[in-house]
Design a protein around this ligand. Structure first.
Ligand SMILES: C[S@@+](CC[C@H](N)C(=O)[O-])C[C@H]1O[C@@H](n2cnc3c(N)ncnc32)[C@H](O)[C@@H]1O
Length: 290
């Protein structure tokens, strides 16, 4: 029997959220992902289908707001931000690497219109699950998409990618979304150390949870999230200080381009969509280049 792996289970939450957001009318969506629902297991697909009814959808979002105020909008908007930066025509790239991809659908949305190589990296349990999901939904894994089993706590990323055909001279868009908090600080640094070998012209987008939340000195109203991830499961292990992110990246040869958080999400995505939500200051997204 496979031992329980609570970190791997977290792959589903963001895609449930993206799938429920997709049930909003197009102009009110914070993120657009027509594949998200189909990538979920049957029980979660049923839940998502029920939220086509507006009142049920609002009830699910309200429940999320009670346990982690602002996290619904933060997660939806981080996905939108990353999709936009990835498709920005000024960013010329040859490959995409999604670190801790979980059930994320980007690789398969890219494969609809491009044969650019996309590497999805996750723990073996999730790369096996994902392979089965993609076969169920799409019939086969597209030839341009490569699933790579890596444990960031133990394995070296770059040799694993190379073994699956990744060319280290490729200008690469690395995405590390919703993952750094699940790793020990040493594993975050070890992964950044691996990314120091990325080709010039590469981009890195990653999210992080603030260190004061991890240390318990600031809860940002998210008491239930603190109890779940810091007290009971202790799944969240690493946080960063926004003012120190630029220096951390510089140690590994990356230049900080920008960090986005609640005010950017409010002005760029939430208000234009006419949604009465605020994003949380707990999690930030970072764009870097080299
Ligand atoms: C919250 S999910 C985020 C999934 C996806 N990036 C998203 O935002 O939709 C965290 C992901 O990180 C992966 N992860 C956590 N610890 C890991 C490790 N030590 N090595 C590889 N992947 C890991 C989990 O398996 C899971 O898929």
């Amino acid at each position: 029997m496979t031992p329980p792996n609570p970190a791997a289970q977290t792959a589903f939450g963001p895609m449930v959220l993206a799938a429920i957001e997709h049930n909003e009318p197009p102009q009110r969506r914070l993120v657009d992902d027509d594949l998200a629902a189909s990538f979920l297991p049957a029980g979660l697909r049923t839940l998502v289908a029920a939220t086509r009814v507006g009142a049920l959808r609002r009830a699910v979002i309200a429940a999320s707001e009670r346990s982690g105020p602002g996290l619904w909008a933060s997660l939806a908007c981080r996905k939108r931000y990353i999709d936009e930066r990835l498709s920005d025509p000024v960013t010329e790239i040859d490959a995409v690497v999604v670190l801790g991809a979980g059930m994320d659908t980007r690789a398969y949305r890219i494969a609809r219109h491009s044969d650019m190589a996309v590497f999805e990296v996750d723990q073996r349990l999730n790369t096996d699950r994902k392979t089965a999901v993609v076969r169920r939904v799409l019939g086969a894994v597209p030839p341009s998409v490569h699933l790579v089993a890596v444990d960031f706590e133990r394995d070296e990323l770059m040799p694993a990618l190379a073994a699956h055909g990744y060319n280290t001279s490729a200008r690469t868009f690395f995405i590390w979304e919703g993952v750094t908090q699940y790793l020990a600080p040493e594993a975050v640094r070890a992964t950044l150390g691996q990314l120091a070998a990325a080709a010039p012209g590469s981009r890195l987008v990653f999210t992080y949870v603030r260190q004061d939340f991890i240390e318990g000195t600031e809860r940002y109203g998210a008491e239930a999230v603190y109890r779940r991830f810091r007290v009971r499961s202790q799944l969240w292990k690493t946080g960063l200080v926004p003012e120190q992110v630029g220096d951390l990246l510089a140690e590994y040869g990356w230049r900080l381009v920008e960090q986005a958080g609640p005010s950017y999400y409010r002005d760029t995505y939430i208000h234009p969509a006419g949604r009465a939500l605020a994003a949380s200051p707990l999690e930030w997204v970072v764009l870097a280049e080299r």
